[in-house]
Design a protein around this ligand. Structure first.
Ligand SMILES: NC(=O)c1ccc[n+]([C@@H]2O[C@H](COP(=O)([O-])OP(=O)(O)OC[C@H]3O[C@@H](n4cnc5c(N)ncnc54)[C@H](O)[C@@H]3O)[C@@H](O)[C@H]2O)c1
Length: 327
């Protein structure tokens, strides 16, 4: 038996953001059409070391992408100079069940989460969007920016997060990397929201990061952050103001405070949702009809995106002769 090992640099060299976006569109469709088997996430507590390992398996049938992402949460790791949340992706050959690849799970999460917002933006944002506001400058932020720049001809990017120094540093670093657009850190969030054609929120906030009144006609918003019932990133009245509200999977409704809080308070019900984005790809649900509509994509992520993008990376690495084979 032999398998390929891909580190973060191998992965980045193998796949383009464009290809990752395309494979997420295929995954959105496969999930919505019941062409994916995604068992419940399994958590194994490791009490002796105050840690836990989370196992997220999945199979995407149309491409035979099969594997499991393992994300560990060890809060004492940083004191030892280690990552608090190390992650690994394991890919299997769907035909034989043999191990075929191991890759860095943290890099995979970044690529596939950026590409997921990129897919949604490509499907929902107005075609001539020129301005983009990124809220949150943490681990996920760079790939979120790259994805939006991939799907639209953006001219101006505004960057906002809680800490002024950090958002300035991030904007400077991104300006060096993406030199064809103007990237600036902003202090006035309301002004940036009012000026943005596309907004991505990718934060760990517990309370909404913007106000619905600030959001202008025609804006597309990606809510990538809140994944637990005590976290709310987008305000409830933005969901009722929006014309189209898509989710990656219905887990987003079950897990995120963006839906749970207003639904528990009776602010809105399931009818606020247009549906799963894959249903729009299948042409069973509507897309944007004009440049005045406000659209939202709310995501909490799913293993189907991990296996789909990991398999795409594996295939691209083999084609480009990248990575280390292990017998
Ligand atoms: N949807 C998905 O598939 C998916 C995948 C991976 C991560 N996530 C989620 O995305 C979120 C961000 O992940 P990360 O790794 O970048 O986190 P991180 O901790 O590295 O960064 C968090 C960022 O949020 C900003 N922030 C927090 N509260 C804020 C507020 N009130 N206003 C403005 N900015 C605020 C911080 O300043 C920081 O820049 C997390 O909640 C994570 O679980 C979602």
């Amino acid at each position: 038996m032999k398998f390929i090992y891909l580190n973060a640099a191998d992965m980045a060299a193998s796949i383009t953001m464009d290809d990752a976006i395309q494979s997420n569109k295929e995954a959105l469709l496969a999930y919505a059409e019941n062409e994916a088997d995604i068992p419940m996430r399994m958590t194994v507590p490791v009490d002796d070391y105050e840690g836990a390992a989370l196992f997220m398996p999945g199979l995407m049938k149309p491409t035979d992408a099969l594997g499991v992402k393992i994300v560990s949460v060890y809060e004492n790791n940083p004191a030892m100079g280690l990552d608090a949340v190390p992650a690994t992706m394991i890919l299997l050959d769907a035909e034989t069940g043999y191990l075929k690849g191991i890759m860095d799970g943290t890099t995979l999460t970044r690529i596939r989460t950026g590409a997921l917002a990129g897919a949604a933006t490509d499907l929902l944002a107005k075609k001539d969007a020129k301005t983009f506001l990124l809220i949150g400058t943490g681990g996920q932020a760079e790939s979120q920016l790259e994805a939006i720049l991939t799907v639209r001809s953006i001219e101006e990017v505004f960057v906002y997060s809680r800490n002024q120094d950090k958002r300035k540093d991030f904007a400077k670093k991104m300006q060096e990397k993406f030199s064809t657009v103007r990237i600036t850190a902003v202090d006035d969030l309301e002004r940036a929201v009012r000026a943005a054609d596309i907004i991505t929120a990718v934060t760990t906030t517990n309370h909404p990061v913007l106000e619905a009144d600030w959001v202008q006609e025609g804006t597309h918003i990606n809510g990538m952050g809140s994944y637990a019932t005590d976290m709310q990133e987008l305000p409830s009245d933005l969901y009722t103001k929006a014309d189209l509200v898509y989710v990656d999977t219905y887990d987003a409704v079950a897990e995120s405070g963006d839906f749970k809080t207003p639904m528990n308070q009776g602010t809105f019900g399931m009818d606020v949702l247009t549906g799963m984005l894959g249903k729009m790809i299948a042409e069973e649900k509507p897309g944007r009809e004009n440049d005045e509509q406000i659209t939202i994509f709310k995501s909490t992520g799913n293993a189907v995106f991990d296996v789909a993008v990991a398999d795409e990376i594996y295939n691209a690495a083999i084609e480009k002769n990248i990575g280390t084979w292990i017998e």
